[in-house]
Design a protein around this ligand. Structure first.
Ligand code: ACM
Length: 268
């Protein structure tokens, strides 16, 4: 199975620009890719200064224009795509991610753990952490989604692993320095593949500034970094993985990291 990330610099408030940017990166990628992960809030950018700004930059799932383009891409390139979306649902906003399939299915995850000022505009996710099965000539693979700051709660990746995720997709807009290193632990402690698709670049708005750390990574169940992007690259990176390796939870002949859990002594 071929999996990858698309790292780019979304433009704040400019869905058209963001659609063209991902289309051109995908159009110029000639490698087969069965599962492609894009950054958090890829339709809208990140650094809002008010709830109204965040709302104006949001769209509905599945018929907003960024999402509609994802369906077209998934069908045209026969690829499953996970992308962050600033989602409007009635009068609420969610920091969401969609998984769209070549067959036109759409699954939604709404970010569980909001970071900093996200708490001012987004409603905390209500979907829970779920696993979705994708299929193709690579067979059937269970894929989980978490978004950016969810990484700092090991419970998020663990919940997905307990639900059978073989590949954890992780759309991100990272600003702290730790996550790319921490994904080693999320992968090893759960014996899963992780794909962190981070954004790059700087955003400024109303006197505020954020620098995003790029450096997207794919880690395998034994902690090998299969791909690492540069801090400011705009690119697609694709690697071949064997998702069946994520079904083997043995770290020694006598230690299965799922079965050895002492749930009589702790809850998760
Ligand atoms: C983050 O959760 N966007 C840092």
């Amino acid at each position: 199975m071929f999996t990858g990330y698309l790292q780019f610099k979304p433009k704040l408030f400019d869905a058209e620009y963001n659609i063209n940017a991902v289309n051109s990166l995908i159009g110029n990628n000639h490698q087969k890719c069965d599962l492609l992960v894009m950054p958090e809030l890829a339709n809208s950018g990140y650094l809002f200064s008010s709830a109204q700004e965040a709302f104006d930059a949001s769209e509905k799932i599945p018929d907003g224009k960024f999402c509609t383009n994802l369906f077209n891409l998934a069908e045209k390139y026969n690829t499953n795509i996970v992308s962050g979306i600033n989602e409007r649902a009635g009068d609420k906003l969610y920091n969401s991610a969609v998984l769209v399939t070549p067959a036109g299915d759409c699954f939604v995850y709404r970010k569980t753990h909001l970071f900093l000022e996200e708490k001012l505009w987004f409603t905390p996710g209500d979907t829970g952490l779920n696993v979705f099965e994708i299929n193709g000539d690579f067979g059937k693979v269970k894929t989980g989604i978490m978004i950016c700051f969810d990484w700092i709660f090991p419970e998020a990746a663990r919940t997905l692993a307990l639900k059978g995720a073989q590949v954890i997709t992780h759309p991100s807009n990272l600003v702290l320095q730790y996550c790319q290193k921490a994904m080693f632990s999320r992968a090893v402690e759960n014996r899963v593949y992780t794909i962190t698709a981070n954004r790059t670049g700087r955003e400024t708005n109303s006197g505020k500034e954020l620098f995003f750390t790029g450096s997207s990574v794919i880690v395998d169940p034994k902690g090998n970094y299969l791909s690492s992007a540069g801090e400011s690259d705009e690119l697609i990176s694709v690697v071949e993985i064997d998702p069946s390796l994520a079904l083997d939870k043995n770290v020694t002949t006598m230690n299965d990291i799922i079965k050895d859990r002492r749930t009589d002594l702790y809850n998760l």
